[in-house]
Design a protein around this ligand. Structure first.
Ligand code: GLY
Length: 333
């Protein structure tokens, strides 16, 4: 019997386990062997761009976690694609500009003209009307992060599907099972489908993350150093795993409208995943009862929030609760 069992081998569960191991706790991670949302995620660490509709407590949590990311990535001891080139947030039509302007005003970022934007990113379409440079919005490669975490926890991971918490005989169970948290705990975590594409071409076409509104469609284009470009994402209140013609068409049309030269890139992967949403789309972080801690429901921000979640949940398991957790109790619904 281990002291702590973490149910869920995604980026959140592994990060918590890593922090607990570092603090001398006897921990095992139960991983069902399925790939989680991290496998699909682009890895944008965007506390500003992803916070338009969020409440101040969640924005604070996102900002704190963004600050932790450089140290978290370095601590993994291998290259995980942490890239601080920053993000261009862009608008194509007048309506896109009106929609983005609210966000940009709140972020207090100066508006850049199309010529200034193309100096930063020469491959941008001439249709791009305006944008801002968000230097704090960076990226990491979630697949590399999960591989690095797995390597650090290699003797701690048990490949086993947990169907009921009554199977678990450890002192504490941490449920970090993403969408699977609902079946294990009864908590209201719902799957929100996202289709994501991966393209590959000549490295260096793009330098920055692009986060754009294109004819009313939100899209992000995330270039990796090796020539991979991640294009995401649909957001659908659906549970199926279908990659649809409409979803792929929507993403490709927006991406090519934004960066026409991507038409020459190879389409190497189409993926689908499910973000774990909650009724207020804020995470569930805290004790559910005196045996079970929950760390789930990170919705669009699982990658961004992994480091702060790991620290806060490790503290909680070891007996201290941060005021940062006050708004995220899993018992709030
Ligand atoms: N964080 C981006 C997404 O969920 O699509």
């Amino acid at each position: 019997m281990s002291d702590v069992a973490v149910v869920g081998g995604g980026i959140v569960g592994l990060s918590i386990a890593w922090r607990l191991v570092q603090r001398g706790v006897d921990v095992h991670v139960f991983d069902d062997g399925d790939v989680g949302a991290w496998h699909v995620a682009a890895g944008m660490l965007a506390p500003g761009g992803e916070s338009e509709h969020e409440d101040p407590a969640l924005i604070r949590l996102m900002e704190r976690s963004a600050d932790l990311w450089p140290g978290f990535a370095e601590g993994l001891g291998v290259e995980v694609g942490y890239d601080d080139a920053g993000t261009l947030s862009l608008a194509v039509t007048a309506d896109d500009l009106a929609e983005r302007s609210r966000l940009w005003t709140r972020q207090a970022l100066p508006l850049l003209r199309p010529t200034e934007l193309r100096e930063l990113e020469p491959a941008l379409s001439a249709r791009v009307r305006a944008g801002v440079f968000a230097s704090q919005e960076v990226q990491v490669d979630p697949r590399k992060v999960v591989n690095a975490l797995r390597a650090r926890l290699v003797d701690r991971i048990v490949t086993k599907r947990v169907d009921s918490l009554s199977e678990m005989d450890s002192r504490v169970v941490v449920v970090a099972a993403g969408c699977g948290t609902a079946a294990l705990t009864g908590l209201p975590v719902r799957p929100v489908k996202g289709q994501v594409l991966r393209l590959r071409g000549e490295p260096g076409l793009l330098r920055h993350v692009l986060d754009a509104a294109v004819d009313g469609r939100p899209i992000y284009v995330v270039p990796r150093a090796d020539g991979e470009v991640v294009v995401g994402a649909t957001q659908e209140e659906l549970t199926d795993r279908k990659i649809t013609a409409g979803g792929v068409h929507e993403l490709l049309r927006a991406a090519l409208d934004l960066v026409p030269a991507l038409a020459e890139f190879e389409l190497i992967e189409t993926t689908v995943g499910h973000r774990p949403g909650t009724p207020d789309n804020a995470p569930l972080l805290g004790w559910l009862d005196d045996h079970v801690v929950v760390a789930a429901g990170h919705f669009r921000n699982g990658i961004l929030l992994a480091p702060i979640t790991a620290d806060l949940i490790a503290d909680l398991v070891l007996g201290s609760s941060s005021p940062l957790l006050a708004d995220f109790s899993p018992r709030r619904f």
